[in-house]
Design a protein around this ligand. Structure first.
Ligand code: 2RA
Length: 329
């Protein structure tokens, strides 16, 4: 099994390589792909060393699977070329997510939609993945009417430039800015770009991707996405209105029984999810589960996950594992 990692030298690409190795992914050859300026760089994988190649070279090598994390522009141009060469592409950009032809997949939720004809599969946005992992088990039982979510997003979601900006600001040094304002000792209500409707693209991803993944346009989501000076993962404060009433104990049971979700919820001993402890893990952590007494059938909770792992690399690799296990590649 030849596997290409497109964007291998980027933040998510590096985590993809790490997770592939951790999970002992059944690859026989790794094809690290990056921009021309990185061609020839060495990438260590297991006991081997591979040279970074260009996109053109990678397509000609006809990998069975290509994991993309190289931005929407590169994906729009190159994913079809890999697919035409017989490769199955799993893309982490937003390029294909809302295209009706392309499946938007969180394996624990809707991997069963996949078939051999799916040659470009979209990985949902990081904040969507962690939200949906908690919403799905509850939607199935109580039917979600409306979700109000505020996200508190790690600067690693922006990339290396943002991490460097925070390091410079810590050190009191000037440097290249990833954001329009300082991020140290600050919170920016601005993730991705603003649209004419007053929402950012990041906020609309939560609204639109939720409907597609649940396969239910009646689920309404309104979001505020905030960037904070944290590196371990994204956090989300979520308010959910259901069609039916619930018992909190049943909610905790449904969440704790859902694969890939860990409930951390005991305020008597200060137990709740935090990005500093979610970092490097693949589970989605849920806590602060409590009824919203301001209106019927409504629940509050707090969701935390490592945005580079389950929010990106691990979810993409789990899709690839599903394809192999079900002989779809
Ligand atoms: C962010 N979700 O956190 C984006 C990255 N894909 O900026």
């Amino acid at each position: 099994m030849k596997v290409a990692v497109v964007g291998a030298t980027g933040m998510v690409g590096n985590v993809m390589l790490k997770v592939l190795e951790e999970r002992n992914f059944p690859l026989t050859e790794l094809i690290p792909v990056a921009s021309e300026r990185s061609v020839g760089k060495k990438v260590k994988y297991g006991n081997n060393e591979y040279s970074v190649v260009s996109l053109e070279t990678a397509v000609s090598m006809k990998p069975e699977i290509a994991l993309f994390s190289a931005g929407g522009e590169t994906s729009l141009l190159w994913a079809p070329k890999f697919a035409a060469a017989g490769t199955t592409v799993i893309d982490n950009s937003s390029a294909w997510r809302m295209n009706p032809e392309n499946k938007l997949v969180i394996p624990e939720i809707n991997a069963s939609l996949l078939n051999r004809n799916d040659k470009i599969i979209a990985n949902p946005n990081c904040s969507t993945i962690q939200l949906l992992m908690a919403l799905k088990p509850l939607h199935d039982v109580y039917n979600i009417k409306r979700v109000v979510v505020s996200t508190y997003q790690s600067i690693t979601g922006t990339g290396v430039k943002a991490v460097k900006q925070l390091e410079n600001e810590y050190a009191g040094e000037k440097g290249e800015m990833a954001y329009p304002y300082p991020i140290h000792r600050n919170a920016l209500p601005h993730c991705d770009v603003f649209q004419d409707n007053g929402y950012t693209k990041e906020e609309m991803k939560l609204t639109l991707e939720t409907k597609k993944i649940l396969g239910d346009d009646s689920v309404n989501v309104t979001a505020t996405a905030i960037r904070i000076p944290v590196v371990g993962g994204h956090s989300e404060s979520v308010n959910i209105e259901f069609s039916k009433d619930f018992e909190e104990a049943d909610v905790r049971k449904l969440l704790s029984e859902f694969p890939g979700v860990t409930v951390q919820d005991n305020t008597a001993v200060n137990t709740y999810p935090m990005p500093i402890y979610a970092e490097g893990k693949d589970d989605v952590f849920v806590g602060r589960i409590r009824r919203d007494h301001s209106q019927p059938n409504t629940l509050n909770m707090w969701i935390v996950a490592d945005n580079l792992r389950k929010g990106a690399a691990t979810n993409a690799i789990q899709i690839a594992e599903y394809l192999i296990q079900n002989k779809l590649v």
